[in-house]
Design a binder for this molecule. Structure first.
Ligand code: C2E
Ligand code: CA
Ligand code: CA
Length: 711
């Protein structure tokens, strides 16, 4: 410490002994201190107030107020809290020493004072106190800064004695009262937002496991029940041996920042007029959809929509009306695409058709996970219908139309830009064809879509025009070879399209809902036919009818069946078997349970079609009132050479026998297959080996030929 530094140091000596002041002056001034003298306690306290000395020496034995009282009085002053205070005492008895400390003394010296030594002590004490003062200053500055930044600091020790320390700001962030709330681990975690708790806990684990610093953003629920966003930076506390003894972290309230970010995001990602995602957001959605589709080997469609003559609306009615029109269009798109009806039929598993406004009068729609890419055409048609409805705005009636271009992943592009561009190009082609049209980017899709549309148009007339047929395929006993029944399989004899097998039209009928009508027709036709067979001597044959899930899940399905049975006076129709696939039966097991029992109680038999291709819960198989399993053709195909298939078929047969179900093997084409099944526990078989499905006349002839004459 240099001389000039010391000259600033003020020493206050409070002593009633004049000679003490003389000695003090002599030694202190040569050591660079400036002396202030006080001859009694009162004077001393006053001098302290006036000069704020750096250090104080107080004699204990003084007339008036003694050294202890003087010391205590100085300590009580705001500026006297941290000033070093030395008590000077004649005798070094324990009681006096103790009283000195109680009064707030920093230390004490014994008379006669060895000034040479004392000088060094004084230097040290002044220095220490100035460091302390600096520290205090920076601490208050830090806590002010922390307060301003809403930054809190916590420490949590979990070795030996578990405890937690929170800075004032942590209490403030959690909106808890510092005086009454005692923080601990449990209360700390309890304040984390329920859904984010696991994430905070995981961070703790990660810090401990990887010895890293972790920064997390999460929500908290404050003591006043407010949800806030915080950012925490957490690290370990180690002891000198580098052993983990706790965690420490800073916590900052970032709610306002988050709100700003969200606002910026809204501005950056959403269109202001319609509130729909904008181009930036749409491209992001597109690229994440792409990744998923790539991984799952799925197809999806991008629809690019442009309003016809939007410019005309803007020009004649102004931008205000133009904006309102855009809003209305976006509402129609959202409502329409979200309506469960459209979603259920055309997107199957997907409920999320994403809509965006790219700018101007251009919109895009992302159709996820299409089973048939050409179905995008059906959605495009719906959209065009919704938009073509007149719009009423401020006493105006506005008609508008739209042109749509469709690009399909992956055939029309494997990245976002290409898909969007090709959808745009397709839209231009659509405009060229004429307003209010849609076009696929790829022409083969246009042809497919046209075919589908044509088929759909004719399909609506199929029942009324009596174009549907049922063909019957024999089912025979596996051991006896006797004809025991038939499966009714639908065909469509269309005057325009020709003779169509079910695989060509059933999926479309399921998409547009016509399968409900078709299925009802099939049940009625089977009943009508059986009635005739009863008269012709074929009444003992069972007939299996295939049911679609959509049809079966209709609310009115059971009453409809009842009505048909009553119509033909077929009470307790033991000949009638309904075939349902595994996926239909297992889809909504609760509802199934009731429906299946209702049918069962009407005397109808129930069979699980294509067994083995889907997923069946054994416990449901057990509790449902089922009668038989139809082993899927794919397992029969390579019998008896394929050991795996043989094992599967045997396993299904074993399962069926434990569940007390009879079995039908489908698709039997060869004698080897038949032999294999003959020697198993399979009950009956069906396949081209006996006959293909045939029209009813041929079936009658088949029956005659295969039934031993009773004459
Ligand atoms: P499915 O219920 O599995 O019907 C068996 C299909 O296998 C029939 O095809 C039948 O002709 C064919 N098949 C029978 N034996 C053999 C064989 O030995 N070898 C080969 N390769 N195939 C054989 P079809 O008639 O084309 O029917 C196809 C599917 O259409 C049916 O499969 C069924 O899922 C559906 N379907 C048919 N009629 C109806 C109906 O009235 N309503 C509903 N919802 N679906 C129906
Ligand atoms: Ca079937
Ligand atoms: Ca089948």
């Amino acid at each position: 410490m240099s001389q000039s530094d010391n000259s600033l140091r003020l020493v206050l000596v409070i002593d009633d002994d004049q000679t003490a002041h003389l000695w003090a002056r002599r030694y202190l001034s040569t050591a660079g201190f400036t002396l202030i003298s006080a001859l009694n306690g009162y004077e001393g306290i006053e001098a302290f107030k006036q000069h704020s000395p750096d250090i104080v020496l107080v004699d204990i034995d003084m007339p008036g107020i003694n050294g202890f009282a003087t010391c205590a009085a100085i300590r009580a002053l705001p500026s006297g809290k941290n000033t070093p205070l030395l008590m000077v005492t004649g005798t070094e008895d324990a009681e006096r020493v103790a009283s000195s400390y109680v009064a707030g003394a920093t230390d004490f010296v014994v008379k006669p004072v060895n000034w040479k030594v004392l000088i060094h002590r004084l230097h040290y004490m002044v220095k220490a106190s100035s460091v302390l003062r600096q520290l205090e200053k920076s601490e208050t500055r830090l806590s002010k800064a922390q307060h301003m930044a809403r930054l809190g600091h916590w420490e949590w020790y979990f070795v030996d004695d578990i405890k937690m320390y929170w800075s004032d700001e942590v209490f403030a962030i959690f909106q808890l009262d510092k005086e009454s709330f005692v923080p601990d681990e449990a209360s700390f975690l309890a304040l984390m937002y329920a859904e984010d708790k696991a994430c905070v806990q995981e961070s703790f684990d990660e810090i401990i496991k990887n010895k890293t610093v972790v920064t997390i953003e999460h929500r908290i629920m404050t003591g006043k029940g407010e949800q806030r966003f915080v950012e925490q930076q957490i690290e370990m506390i180690e002891n000198l041996n580098h052993q983990l003894i706790g965690l420490t972290g800073t916590i900052q309230d970032i709610t306002e920042r988050k709100e700003h970010e969200n606002k910026i995001k809204r501005l950056a990602y959403y269109d202001e007029i319609t509130g729909l995602p904008n181009r930036t957001f749409f491209l992001e959605l597109l690229s994440s959809t792409l990744k998923l589709a790539k991984r799952n080997d799925r197809s999806f469609a991008v629809l690019f929509l442009d309003l016809d003559d939007f410019k005309g609306v803007n020009d004649s009615y102004g931008h205000y009306i133009g904006d309102l029109l855009l809003k209305e269009i976006s509402r129609r798109l959202s409502d329409g695409l979200r309506s469960s009806d459209v979603a259920a039929r055309h997107f199957h598993q997907c409920h999320n058709a994403e809509i965006a406004r790219l700018g101007g009068d251009e919109f895009t729609v992302l159709l996820n996970e299409l089973t048939y890419p050409e179905d995008a055409a059906i959605v495009a048609e719906h959209i065009q219908e919704w938009i073509a409805e007149p719009v009423y705005l401020e006493n105006l009636q506005i008609y508008t139309g739209s042109s749509i271009g469709i690009a399909i992943y992956p055939q029309d592009g494997e990245n976002s830009e290409t898909l969007l561009r090709n959808a745009d190009i397709a839209m231009y082609h659509a405009k060229k064809v004429g307003k209010g049209h849609f076009q696929f980017f790829h022409d083969s899709m246009n042809i497919k879509a046209q075919k589908r549309r044509k088929m759909e148009n004719y399909m609506y007339q199929a029942v009324a025009n009596n174009e549907l047929r049922l063909h019957y395929q024999p089912i025979v006993g596996a051991k006896s070879g006797q004809l025991i029944g038939a499966e009714a399989l639908m065909r469509w004899e269309s005057p325009q399209l020709g003779f169509l097998p079910p695989n060509d039209f059933i999926s479309l009928a399921e998409d547009n809902g016509l399968i409900i009508k078709f299925g009802e027709w099939a049940i009625r036709e089977v009943c009508r036919q059986h009635k005739r067979w009863q008269q012709q001597g074929l009444g003992h044959l069972t007939i299996a009818v295939n049911l679609s899930g959509l049809q079966f899940n209709q609310v009115g399905f059971v009453p409809m069946v009842e009505a048909i049975l009553a119509e033909y006076n077929l009470m307790s129709p033991s000949f009638l078997i309904f075939e349902l696939t595994e996926s239909v039966i297992m889809a909504d097991t609760e509802k199934m349970f009731n429906k299946l029992w209702q049918l069962k109680s009407m005397g109808i038999k129930l069979s699980v079609d294509d067994f083995g291709t889907g997923y069946s819960s054994l416990s449901y198989l057990k509790s449902f009132p089922l009668d038989s399993l139809k082993i899927d053709r794919s397992f029969i195909k390579e019998l008896p050479d394929n050991d795996d298939d043989a094992a599967i078929v045997n396993a299904i047969l074993a399962l069926a026998s434990t569940l007390n179900l009879s079995t039908v093997a489908e698709g039997v084409e060869t004698n080897q297959q038949r032999e294999f099944l003959e020697n198993s526990t399979c009950n009956s078989i069906q396949g081209y080996l006996f006959s293909k499905p045939m029209p009813v006349d041929e079936f009658y002839a088949y029956w005659q030929a295969n039934t031993p004459s009773t004459l």
